[in-house]
Design a binder for this molecule. Structure first.
Ligand code: UDP
Length: 329
């Protein structure tokens, strides 16, 4: 199997690279390192099954030889990122998806789109099932991500229906684990970083909004099952255990044994009040459900964050790794 992963240097993309290499795939990782990090894939440099191409997939993409799968994971994906890079987010969701689908069509490859629970917006149906059409503000600050992903889903279905491309769509709910950037603005890494540094824990609103957090190895297992299935309609992959953001902050304070204080900041515009995946379809069609408890997942993530903080203190190796990585195409 020869598999292209766009966004392969990102948090989820890099775990997919590892997983597929382990399964024997040859992986071509394409990433412009806008929000991805060379250090996520630097351990794969030199592996004969792995190739890295630094490229923006919103521009035309050329890959030589045959390709069996194209997995489109390139996109800024945290609220802070897509507020900082709104146009890039819209471009990679639209033009990047078009180019990735074009590559899959030309190579007669399977195509898998990384979509998101953000297509449901601030949902009025709870938990969210795949047949819910969502409640999205197209012109709000989150619209650049939400609408780009909705467009990407429409484009994927069009290529499936009109060009017979063998497509899959995964709707990814909140995911966490090693390789998340500590300061990407998301609640979980923010809280962990703040707790470890003894800084205030910044809960937005009153913390009563809910999310459901899936550990990254569960997510990757679900994505692989979807890839090898014959399901063309979207499938939710996420952990249905729902908690409030305030509860998450308290759990993180407990496991880090931190003395940080929780403080409250204003709720961002269009912040979804509730989110929980209905995973009946994934259970039925993919025989998938998450296995890692939040307690285990948080501890594994904490170990990574502690090491990363240590690493950052010892040696600013990120820049060096990036240069090594970029020079080996
Ligand atoms: N949040 C928070 N404090 C932070 C960062 C985020 O309270 O420092 C809140 C955010 O407003 C949202 C929830 O935590 O209600 C989850 O946010 P995240 O950015 O992790 O992902 P989202 O699910 O909103 O895309």
């Amino acid at each position: 199997m020869r598999t292209v992963i766009t966004g392969g240097a990102g948090f989820i993309g890099s775990h997919l690279c590892d997983y597929l290499i382990e399964k024997g795939h040859e992986v071509i990782c394409i990433d412009n390192l806008l929000t991805g990090k060379a250090e996520n894939i630097v351990h794969l440099i030199g592996n004969s099954q792995f190739r890295f191409i630094k490229h923006n997939v919103s521009d035309y993409m050329y890959v030589d030889g045959h390709v069996d799968n194209v997995l489109h994971f390139a996109s800024p994906a945290s609220p802070l990122d897509y507020l900082e890079f709104p146009i890039q987010t819209l471009k990679v969701g639209s033009l990047g998806t078009l180019n990735s689908l074009g590559l899959a069509k030309a190579k007669k490859a399977r195509f898998l789109l990384a979509s998101t629970s953000e297509v449901y917006g601030d949902p009025q149906v709870h938990p969210q099932r795949e047949d819910y059409w969502g409640h999205v503000n197209p012109i709000g600050p989150r619209g650049v991500y939400d609408e780009a992903k909705r467009f990407a889903e429409a484009m994927t279905m069009a290529y499936h229906r009109y060009h017979q491309v063998d497509t899959r769509i995964v709707r990814i709910f909140n995911t966490y684990g090693p390789r998340m950037r500590m300061k990407d603005g998301r609640a979980l890494p923010n809280f962990m970083h703040q707790a470890l540094k003894g800084e205030h824990i910044t809960v937005f609103g009153n913390g009563s909004q809910t999310r459901s957090f899936c550990y990254v190895s569960d997510l990757v297992d679900g994505i692989y099952r979807l890839l090898v299935s014959h399901e063309h309609d979207p499938v939710n992959i996420g952990n249905p255990e729902e908690i409030t953001v305030l509860q998450l902050a308290k759990e993180i304070l407990a496991i880090t044994e931190s003395k940080s204080k929780i403080i409250f900041h204003p709720l961002p515009v269009d912040d979804p009040r509730i989110r929980q995946p209905d995973i009946s379809k994934a259970k039925k069609v993919l025989c998938w459900e998450p296995k890692v408890s939040r307690n285990d997942g948080l501890h594994k993530t904490l170990t990574y964050f502690k090491d990363a903080l240590q690493g950052l203190n010892d040696n600013p190796g990120d820049k060096e790794n990036k240069e090594n990585c970029v020079s080996i195409h």
